[in-house]
Design a protein around this ligand. Structure first.
Ligand code: SF4
Length: 470
């Protein structure tokens, strides 16, 4: 960590201490502790950010609630990757406004990707002026300071910056699960796929130093964490731009070597940067989970070029089939977009061809969503909605047929599962996750939660298994 980053961390910890004093003062006046709630939209990166935001709130003295209804402070950690995520937030804000009318001392904050987008930020300021605090992805590390200013009576705090070199380490985190955790290894993205808003809202790629990452994993392990998921928009380019930094496969090996760590996952891999060294590393280390998410987006070389994905249909197929060949027990999943501008029925046939050849274990299939500020949004050849719908249904049908077949291939086998939670719908059952990311439900007590156990996979029910604890 650089000296300036250490100073930035110390400064924020000072704000946490001062806010904690303010909250105690308020409690002694009112006889009750201030409460807070964090609502998260979007990806794994956002989920991890929310754990940090929740950690700061709890360390500052708030009591954390699952529901927003009775919270004195409500924070929405937003996503803007598709328009429906924006609409969802506006719906939530409408409800928050009604509550704030009844309880004017309630504080509302919005952070994350959405306010990084200039038009969305202007809309928030003008149409949702009851929101007290708005900050962007690059300002997250300064949340203790904003919280302190809010508690000191300031309102309309708007803090959005275009970029940040700060990677502030060691602020408090409140993990959802005590036995598994995400670990950010890098932030931002340099790829500029022509449909994607992420590089515009999360900024350029910045890797954390490997020794800080390893230190964090060691710390997590010492508190009982067994499984870590290394997070980045494109983990395969980890370390680029840092002189003398290790490669992603080397980082994976070092994380696997941390005593107490039994499973390692990672997300997301850009196919253009996935190296042979990475395939070898996954193959040779059993601790690396047998699941790889390899976004395809489209199977048409023409569309891929227009998306600026920088691989062809053939290159992707070669890579995916090589991975399956080298690591036969790996589960491959993907993202598929339908309706990119200019996409024809023949382009979709190419996508279907790739699905049939790769035989994904699962795929997240979604309809292209126009994002302002991206090159694809201004193309005149947007695909008519009825054609998109028709193509989407064709792709989805193919994905589901393949996934159904793939899921069945584990039936009758015995595998290790990390028990994650009590099963809410089946009395006396718990739910575990297999190395290949599938879910298994089996009879067992709560005392198994957080343990890795052997389970026989008796019956495949679509995308999950019913099993027996051995
Ligand atoms: S790789 Fe492409 S799709 Fe992924 S975050 Fe970067 S720009 Fe977006």
């Amino acid at each position: 960590m650089r000296e300036s980053d250490i100073l930035a961390t110390d400064r924020q910890i000072g704000f946490i201490q001062d806010t904690s004093r303010l909250i105690k003062e308020s409690e002694s006046k009112t006889g009750r502790r201030l409460t807070a709630s964090v609502i998260t939209f979007g990806c794994q990166m956002n989920a991890r950010d929310s754990e940090k935001l929740a950690g700061i709130l709890v360390s500052s003295g708030f009591e954390l609630l699952d529901e927003t209804e009775d919270a004195d402070f409500v924070l929405y950690n937003t996503c803007t990757v598709r328009d429906n995520a924006n609409q969802k937030l506006y719906g939530h804000l409408g409800e928050a406004h009604s509550r704030k009318k009844k309880n004017p001392s309630m504080m509302v904050a919005v952070c994350g990707c959405l306010p990084q987008e200039p038009t969305a930020f202007e809309k928030l300021k003008s149409s949702y002026s009851f929101v007290d605090l708005i900050f962007g992805t690059h300002n997250l590390y300064a949340f203790p300071e904003y919280l302190n200013r809010l508690l000191s009576g300031e309102r309309h705090i708007y803090e959005i910056t275009d970029h940040s070199d700060n990677i502030v380490e060691d602020l408090p985190v409140l993990r959802k699960y005590p036995f598994k955790s995400g670990v950010n290894i890098m932030f931002g993205c340099n790829n500029f796929c022509t449909y994607c808003i992420v590089p515009h809202v999360r900024g350029r790629e910045r890797s954390r130093e490997s020794r800080d990452i390893i230190k964090e994993v060691e710390r997590l392990s010492s508190t009982g964490v067994k499984e870590v998921m290394l997070l980045g928009q494109n983990v395969n380019s980890y370390g680029n731009g840092i002189d003398g930094e290790i490669s992603f496969p080397e980082l994976l090996k070092r994380v696997c070597d941390v005593p107490g760590i039994e499973r390692v996952r990672f997300m997301t891999s850009h196919p253009k940067d996935l190296s042979d060294e990475l395939i070898k590393t996954i193959k040779n280390d059993e601790k690396i989970c047998r699941h790889l998410h390899l976004p395809l987006q489209s199977g048409s070389t023409k569309v891929l070029k227009e998306m600026n994905r920088r691989y062809t249909k053939e290159q992707y197929l070669d890579l995916a089939l090589r991975i399956k060949d080298e690591i036969p027990d790996i589960a491959l999943t993907t993202d598929i977009m339908v309706g990119f501008p200019g996409e024809t029925a023949e382009d979709v046939d190419d996508t279907i061809d790739v699905i049939n050849k790769v035989q994904y274990d699962n795929a997240f299939t979604f309809i292209y969503s126009k994002r302002a500020g991206t090159p694809a949004a201004v193309r005149p050849d947007q695909v008519p909605e009825d054609l998109v719908r028709e193509n989407f249904d064709r792709v989805l049908k193919c994905v589901q047929e393949n996934a159904k077949k793939q899921s069945l291939r584990w039936q009758g086998l015995t595998m290790d599962a990390l028990v994650e939670e009590k099963n809410d719908s089946l009395e006396g059952y718990v739910t575990g996750r297999l190395s290949n990311n599938m879910i298994v439900h089996f009879a067992g007590s709560d005392s198994l939660i957080g343990k890795i156990v052997s389970v026989k996979l008796d019956e495949c029910r679509g995308f999950y298994y019913m099993g027996t604890l051995l």
